[in-house]
Design a protein around this ligand. Sequence first.
Ligand code: FES
Ligand code: FES
Length: 167
Amino acid sequence: MKIRNADIETIVVEFEVNGKPYNIHVEPYKTILEVLRDDLGLTGAKKGCDDANCGACTVIIDGKAVKCCSMLIGQARGTKIVTIEGLETAEGLHPLQKAFIDRFAIQCGFCTPGMILTAKAVLDAKPDANEDDIREAMHGNLCRCTGYVKIVEAIEVARDKMNKSEV
Ligand code: FES
Ligand code: FES
């Protein structure tokens, strides 16, 4: 739901999401997560805890996985953001998306966009990340359904595929 308060001045924020430029007028108290979901209609990032603990809201900002429920929209100025909606290409699902499906690393799916984006950030930074690296990187993303074994396996499968095809 959009909440507009006529007594609060809006700010202008220019940024890029999934390769598309935006220049929006928005209330400064809104978080990046709220703007993505409520103003831009990108609902892949989820609001779980809303206090930077669960990772369901994770997006990639300038190459780093961040929990955007705890960032004000002003902090997005001049950044490049990638959400789960930006991963699929004309060739199809990203290898991480495919591996999560193939390895049954998804149940309710609420944590999955954040999981995949954290995994993408770590594999982009370290393409040969081993299991320990992956577990360390994923420690801030909580899943209430699957346990973590299948999630880590899926990321390793995607890593191997990405390294073969240099996606
Ligand atoms: Fe942001 Fe939980 S909703 S970390
Ligand atoms: Fe349900 Fe992770 S699949 S919370």
